[in-house]
Design a protein. Structure first.
Length: 355
């Protein structure tokens, strides 16, 4: 067992492909303490919709020689459970965060002969599989969103409530940081990302204030940014929530190109699914979920032209939806695991390959 270093796709600056919702998108199998021992990991963190994920993927993971790709491995909560439940299963775990991969590697040591861990963003799934000599897999799991571990590592700058360097990278090897965005982006580009990725109504006001402030003092710490934003936020708006929340969200998305990556990752992952195989996605905000919904829906519809009297075989759907709409966590699970509050689960099964 070891971590295979696959160079993640470069992150382009000023890319207009990402979006997000609220700061409630914590991934489900991470823990704040990266140095915790394994029993503490299991006690502290509960993977979201674990049993439902196993229920959906189980029929294909139980087959001899089955391969599962955990495209968002994190600290390996879902992976550990599935490797335990299915003793013949081989796991390919992907993650852009080297810290998370190191923790998962330690956690999954009992299964060392059945796992391959790859450092890559999840849109690199096909390259990762090709590098392992794998052409198709029986199951794929996406557990999307920023992890609680990343949010709680203060030095990474994700949180607006604690002063830290303006970093916000999920992958510490990537070149683009929040500090660089605040230094280099034009007022118009800052306004755009605040509007599109943070859905911030005061995007123009905040962009203008940032450009004016950086003319005298560069932004290097999160507290500087919070101060500038707070100063230009009406008191009535401040009463509705922290004024920097959506700006930090937007910056994080721009730094990590989160939705642009997902736009590439879902079709690539679907391509890797074998006939009869399944793909499961858990999203924690609506913009991610819309991408998954759109792509699953397109693959599960007939491509026959309207009015064609008979559907030819080549027009039949490639996938079928295992869940109609998005499935939410039960009230019981939400009470036990608050991270499940905003989750939206979708699943599909491949029916055939395109001819």
């Amino acid at each position: 067992m070891g971590i295979r270093l696959q160079d993640p796709a470069p992150v382009a600056m000023n890319n207009n492909n990402d979006n997000n919702d609220m700061n409630n998108e914590m991934n489900s199998d991470k823990t704040p303490d990266a140095s915790a021992e394994r029993p503490q990991l299991n006690e502290i963190h509960t993977p979201v919709l674990l049993e439902r994920s196993i229920e959906l993927l189980g029929p294909v993971l139980a087959a001899p020689g089955a391969i599962l790709v955990d495209a968002t491995l994190g600290m390996g909560g879902h992976a550990e459970a599935m490797l335990t439940r299915f003793p013949g299963l081989t796991l390919v775990g992907l993650d852009r965060d080297l810290d998370a991969l190191a923790i998962a590697e330690e956690r999954l040591k009992p299964f060392r002969d059945r796992i391959h861990l790859v450092h890559t963003v999840y849109d690199g799934i096909l390259d990762a599989l090709a590098g392992l000599g794998i052409s198709e897999v029986q199951g794929i799991l996406f557990d999307l969103g920023v992890s609680s571990m990343q949010l709680d590592q203060v030095e990474r700058g994700f949180s607006y409530s604690k002063d830290a360097p303006l970093d916000m990278r999920m992958d510490s090897t990537s070149p683009l940081t929040a500090e660089r965005i605040l230094a280099d982006y034009s007022e118009g580009d800052l306004r755009r990302i605040f509007q599109e990725y943070g859905e911030e109504k005061l995007a123009g006001r905040y962009a203008k204030a940032i450009v004016e402030a950086r003319a005298t003092t560069p932004f290097v710490r999160s507290a500087q940014l919070v101060e500038v934003i707070t100063k230009v936020t009406p008191v009535a708006v401040q009463r509705m929530g922290h004024p920097a929340k959506r700006v930090f969200q937007a910056l994080r998305i721009e730094v990590n190109q989160e939705l642009a990556v997902l736009e590439r990752a879902i079709p690539a992952a679907m391509e890797a699914v074998a006939v009869g195989g399944r793909i499961v996605s858990m999203a924690y905000q609506s913009l991610e979920d819309r991408i998954v919904k759109r792509m699953f829906a397109a693959a599960s519809q007939s491509s026959a032209p309207a009015g064609l009297p008979v559907e030819l075989p080549e027009h039949k759907p490639l996938f079928t939806l295992l869940i109609r709409g998005a499935e939410l966590a039960s009230e019981e699970e939400k009470a036990i695991n608050p991270r499940a509050t905003s989750v939206r689960l979708r699943a599909a099964e491949r029916l055939r390959r395109a001819e």
